[in-house]
Design a protein around this ligand. Sequence first.
Ligand code: GRF
Length: 202
Amino acid sequence: MLRTKIAVFVSGGGTNLQALLDAQKRGEIPSGEIALVLASNDSAYALTRAADNGVKSVVVKRKEFPSQEVYEQKMKEVLEENAIEMIVLAGFMSLLSEDFTLAYPKRIVNIHPSLIPSFCGKGFYGLHVHEAALAYGVKVTGATVHYVNEIPDGGEIILQKAVDVLEGDTPEVLQRRVMEQAEWVILPKAVEMVAQKLQKGN
Ligand code: GRF
């Protein structure tokens, strides 16, 4: 059976990449194959996770290119060389232009550590998301997987999962709980859903 070839874009620890690799090993992503890891920097621990799991990786650094356009052209070349059909942004911190996202309609998904439309958009990434949730005093937060379009965190929602905010939570403790109980659960499920859709051509 053909499998959708997936590239995972990373910048940091790669715990979401790890969740995808583990899910793939458990046979939970039958419609997709993680064929490439693309990192925005060469110190991302996600690269070690890729190597440990025999997945090809490449580093493409924005600052090595004269413009966003040339940077994105390089990424598109790498994706074409590897016959990539779908992109997963997993802790990816580099900007992607509207042109880039429009080149892959309904083929790019992102994991965001809140229940969109809360605590999302410009400036809401990493710990800032959990700091904002705690500052607001929400009792429930969670994670969202959504399609990526030209609006930051604005694409159609695919899956969400709620997580309780507990008394005394710090941003770090809350981030870890959202990762463990939500991100690492819904990202593999959403990736299989989209990979399957792309296989069936719908
Ligand atoms: C996670 O909080 C994720 O929600 C966000 O980036 C953070 C780091 O992810 N997108 P990872 O450990 O690099 O997968």
